[in-house]
Write a protein that binds this ligand. Sequence first.
Ligand code: P6P
Length: 342
Amino acid sequence: MTKENLGLPVGTTLDRFIKRKQDDFPYATGELSQLLRDIALAGKIINREITRCGLINLAGAFGATNVQGEEQQKLDIVANIRFIRALRNGGEVCAIISEEEEGIIDLDNPNGKYVVAMDPLDGSSNIDVNVSIGTIFSIYRRKSPTGTPITDADVLQRGVEQVAAGYLLYGTSSILVYTTGYGVNGFTYESSMGEFFLSHQSIKSPEDGKIFSVNEGSYNSFDAGVKEYIEYCKASEFSGRYIGSLVADFHRNLMKGGIYMYPATASAPNGKLRLIYECNALAFIAEQAGGRATNGQQRIMELAPGKLHQRTPLFIGSRKMVEQVGAILNQHELQRSAVDTL
Ligand code: P6P
């Protein structure tokens, strides 16, 4: 540390960064900027509650299950409420899709231009054991005219229609990472100032990697091609890293290079992760950072959702790794087709 760099500027706050980026778009009207700020505000509130949950009786199970049949943690409920309230008060959103709610959440704001799809708190089963957890969000422009009722077309949009997407990772430090389609930037939360500061500018993910993330407890029910790729990773002495918290696994692989896989399994024949509010958001980030995201064969962001909580297999991370497992899966598919025609 020299005398010169002691005088470094405090840094670029999220607000200043959003404003600068908005100025790059002369026709931007500021609603999306405001919506991003609303998400950041909810993230600050959730971060505070996560860091103290053991002290304010917010740890542990809520005692109910969500539409997915998954046991809800108290913080799942709190995070869901906080984000819905922040988006409702912000006034830019007409409807929300949430992992924690079965149907469309109509904010009774017909002039809201945007729809938000979110997993308010992913990996929440890790809360009680102090493992990093995260929020995942996607932002779409509504399809139907403002002033009219919400339609399925507003909420069942392909990932390529996203106008923005990102995640908050509540970990050793809490960060917000997002894209609006012009690169990926990360902001670290400084709680003593209540601000997110730019800390990871123009994130580019390594095009290859040596980390593979998959729950090998389901190995026996994986497709033969997935097993072949996992064996390749082991033979190559890659590192197996699986935290059981998608946002944490994804972020590590984004920064260091690697692949996260949640294939179809016996208990999850369509995969476990949800297309609209988990996979599409992370796929947008991955692609904007130079990575890839597929369901094994197809680009995640081109999959047409038929249901709000539709699941999909997910292979996401460094471009070469995702392409390699895709080529192996495709080869196995061709072999099956050849046998079927005998
Ligand atoms: P499994 C958490 O429930 C989650 O949705 C992701 O965060 C995580 O990667 C995955 O499920 C873990 O699932 O079946 O390996 O425990």
